[in-house]
Ligand binder design. Structure first.
Ligand SMILES: [Fe+2]
Length: 434
């Protein structure tokens, strides 16, 4: 199956590049931060975090570890969930003015993504908007290295510590876009599952579906050999399609999501489940950092663009707000029903990793089998029943499709081509499931 899926294509990619940070996983490893930075001979670091984490034991562990190694630091905590271009501009100014020689990010994807982009802006004096692909920005590549960055995730979903991607809201357009560049990859990551011990169940559910979709989108993405070959190796993007490297990690992340997501959501004291979800998020992060996501992520941006009067419980955010993981999973059953026709075997395998009963299923059944299993998992974890459950109606379908179709690279990374009408139909199929 693997060889067949990656069969050579005319003018298709013949090589793939793998990039991951030096990664440490384990309960308690956050306290290694000072020693990690001391080894790099750093003297003063910028510590990026958010308001909610500022007075927690998580930040105390980091600060104590830095002090023990005589590493000075300054804290930037003005990062809200779903950071925007303004957030990055302010974070970059903080870095530039602070006489720092490295950075630590402690938080969810929002904090880590802010830190990544801020380091690039501060180092190269290029406005963050220029880094977005045209027509949103100028498509300016990040020209060179950025300061040493250790990422420390505090949610079990983002995977941002393992990727060269920063997802930011563009204020002027009121939606999110991706900056992807190899220099954004953190140098090191400390993945400590203890950081997630106090997460509310709805946050574990949302971030868990984020990790699940990272893995499932990687496994079902277009094969990397189908992307155009790149002449200059330095311009090879890490959003390079499904590949044998991500195939090592995505299936295990899906097995973990199947086995532990409902348990981790139902019981905050189930340390085994929550630790496994953090490991699954790490695996999925390494996979999608080298593969890229596709339609579920692309179409989630239509939701966050047009959400109007919705607030999801357990998130300290004013209305309107839909957590990232929910915005991704809510369309997923409908999307995979559509994409399965292109690569039914990969979809059936994905369903099997998630525990679906696919005995006797034919390729024609692949979409339904996978979609059904995703809906079961959504029900088990009390996810919204489709778009109507988070305030959308039929009237929102075309505007959402028009917004999402701008996510060109992710849409092209899907195994099946789609146009505006296809996106509309997928949103329509996601209005409600049960
Ligand atoms: Fe995601």
């Amino acid at each position: 199956m693997g060889c067949q899926y990656y069969a050579p294509c005319q003018n298709g990619a013949t090589s793939l590049t793998v990039a991951i940070p030096k990664l440490t996983y384990g309960r308690g490893c956050l306290s290694e931060i000072g020693q990690r930075l001391a080894l790099q001979q750093l003297k003063r670091v910028a510590l990026f975090t958010d308001e909610q984490l500022l007075n927690t034991s998580i930040l105390s562990i980091v600060k104590t570890s830095l002090k023990e190694q005589n590493i000075d630091f300054g804290i930037f905590h003005d990062v809200r969930i779903e950071p925007c271009d303004d957030t990055v501009t302010r974070a970059a100014a903080f870095y530039k003015d602070g006489n720092f020689d490295g950075a630590v990010s402690v938080g969810g994807g929002s904090v880590i993504d802010t830190c990544k982009a801020a380091l690039a802006v501060a180092t190269h004096n290029i406005p963050v908007m220029d880094f977005f692909a045209e027509p949103v920005g100028k498509g300016t590549p990040i020209p060179g290295p950025v300061p040493y960055h250790v990422a420390c995730p505090t949610t079990s979903g983002t995977g941002s510590e393992s990727t060269s991607i920063s997802v930011l809201r563009v204020n002027e357009l009121n939606t999110k876009f991706v900056v992807a560049n190899p220099w954004l990859l953190p140098d090191a990551a400390l993945v400590d599952p203890a950081n997630c011990d106090s997460l509310p169940s709805n946050v574990v559910a949302s971030t868990g579906f984020d990790l699940l979709c990272h893995a499932l989108e990687c496994y079902t993405a277009k094969a990397h050999t189908q992307w155009q070959n790149v002449e200059n190796p330095n311009s090879r993007q890490l959003i390079q399609g499904a590949n044998p490297f991500s195939d090592l990690f995505a299936p295990e992340a899906l097995r973990i999501a199947n086995q532990y997501l409902a348990r981790g959501v139902a019981d905050a004291s189930d340390t085994e489940a929550r630790d496994q979800l953090m490991w699954g998020a790490t695996l999925a992060g390494m996979a999608f950092g080298n593969t890229g996501t596709h339609l579920p992520h692309a179409m989630s941006y239509g939701i966050t663009h047009l959400m109007n009067n919705v607030t999801t419980r357990d998130y300290p955010m004013p209305s309107p707000f839909v957590p990232h993981g929910i915005s991704v999973i809510v369309n997923a059953p409908s999307i995979f029903e559509y994409t399965a026709a292109a690569t039914p075997e990969r979809h059936l395998e994905g369903a099997a990793f998630l525990g679906a009963d696919s005995k006797g299923a034919t390729p024609d059944d692949a979409g339904e089998v996978l979609s059904k299993r995703l809906i079961e998992l959504m029900k088990e974890t009390k996810m919204p029943n489709g778009l109507t459950d988070i305030g959308f109606t039929e009237a929102d379908i075309t505007p959402m499709a028009e917004s999402s179709i701008r996510q060109k690279r992710a849409i092209l990374n899907a195994p099946r081509d789609s146009n505006l009408v296809d996106l509309e139909n997928m949103y329509r199929g996601a209005l409600s499931y049960w």
